[in-house]
Design a protein around this ligand. Structure first.
Ligand SMILES: [Zn+2]
Length: 398
């Protein structure tokens, strides 16, 4: 007995229960004639055995695309005898095991397909809903799924016990939206289970067996969902790291190229850029920098640097001044701690300190470009010591 039927996702007139992604998409085929059609033309005249042998070397994602290219390809790839092709392809490409409640093409579609499993919407929730084996758009989430909060209402004509029985054997999944989240079930599965239970008399052995088997199937499905989600999240993190590496390498290469052209650090700093200059927009791309692309972006970057040179120098100057002041202040604070006995230093106000000519001179040197080093700090320290002893002298004289 198999109480939980796999959801029949009925799409385009495929006539079978395989997901819509398997159907030959008329629109896509005409829009993207080139590569896909050529692939299918290539295999049309091929003996099935040869085709199967070649197909094993393709990834499930490629197989999925190939199945969409023509009726011929789809016929071969969707036949039961092709199961082995999908299996080999999946294992060769290091993908997780196919859950037992869906077939290999459906599994490939779940992992690599695009768009909602129910309608034609191309925008779906960010990740596939592995627990329910679907990808879903927000409107189908509302119409085809039911949350655990709403399940009672959906099954309002049933007793509490029956609702419990039903929810105990349904596959479910957590879907979060913003800070909130809820468990969701597929309405079609709820309906199937509801119907089957209606045919089984309460307290009968048949019903008990049905519920036990159902729970087993649900747990098995949940087990494969957990494995799938783990695999998927580690795949996503790996992709994220790769993306970050590409971004960093690209950025470093662009900066190196510009430095070779003689630009300074401030020329390459977008801190005070006007938003419309779009420096980051040019830098942040998900692909490595090629010679050809460099040729195209170099003039744009130089144009932005020229704008920077025209508009931002006063802001950079002020920024450098603040940096020098911070360096000076941290040395002054330490010095004040060392000379804790000096009442004059303790009472010295900040404005007065910044106004001492030796302090001003150090900060402003070469338009605030020179960091406050030990060596440059010493004259200030000497000056403060002298001021402190003068002060003591004056105090003694009273
Ligand atoms: Zn949809």
């Amino acid at each position: 007995m198999r109480p939980q039927k796999r959801v029949k996702v009925t799409h385009v007139d495929t006539g079978d229960t395989t997901s819509k992604a398997m159907a030959t998409p008329v629109k896509q085929a005409t829009n993207r004639r080139s590569s896909k059609v050529k692939k299918s033309e290539l295999v049309t005249g091929m003996p099935n055995e040869v085709f199967a042998e070649i197909a094993k070397y393709l990834s499930p994602c490629d197989l999925l695309q190939l199945a969409r290219t023509s009726k011929h390809c789809r016929g071969i790839l969707m036949s039961k005898t092709s199961r082995r092709i999908w299996e080999v392809s999946r294992k060769t490409h290091g993908l997780p095991d196919c859950p037992t409640d869906i077939n290999e093409p459906q599994f490939a579609d779940l992992l690599f397909g695009k768009g909602c499993s129910f309608c034609l919407a191309s925008r779906t929730l960010k990740d596939p809903v592995f627990g329910l084996r679907v990808r879903v758009c927000s409107s189908c989430k509302a119409s085809r799924l039911v949350s655990s909060t709403d399940l009672r209402k959906y099954l309002q004509h049933f007793s509490y016990t029956v609702v419990e029985e039903i929810s105990n054997i349904l596959s479910y999944t957590m879907i979060s939206s913003g800070k909130n989240g809820d468990y969701f079930y597929l309405k079609s599965q709820v309906d199937d289970v509801k119907q089957e239970l209606q045919a089984l008399p309460p307290n009968s052995d048949e019903r008990r067996l049905y519920l036990i088997e159902g729970k087993k199937a649900m747990r098995a499905a949940l087990g494969s969902t957990i494995k799938l989600e783990l695999w998927y999240s580690s795949k996503r993190s790996a992709e994220m790291f790769t993306k970050r590496d590409i971004l960093q390498e690209r950025r470093a290469k662009i900066m190196d190229n510009l430095k070779i052209l003689g630009f300074s650090d401030e020329d390459l700093d977008d801190k005070f850029d006007n938003k419309e200059w779009k420096w980051q927009y040019i830098l942040k791309k998900n692909h490595p920098l090629t010679e050809k692309e460099w040729g195209a972006i170099e003039p744009k970057l130089i144009q932005i640097i020229e704008l920077r040179r025209e508009h931002t120098p006063p802001k950079f100057h002020e920024h450098r001044r603040l940096e020098r002041k911070t360096e000076m202040r941290s040395r002054f604070v330490w010095f004040r701690i060392r000379l804790a006995k000096s009442t004059w230093l303790k009472q010295l106000r900040d404005e007065v300190f910044w106004d001492f000519p030796c302090v001003k001179e150090l900060i402003e040197e070469n338009e605030c470009r020179v960091p406050v080093t030990d060596e440059r700090w010493l004259p200030v320290q000497k000056f403060l010591v002298e001021m402190d002893s003068d002060h003591l002298e004056r105090e003694k004289k009273g």
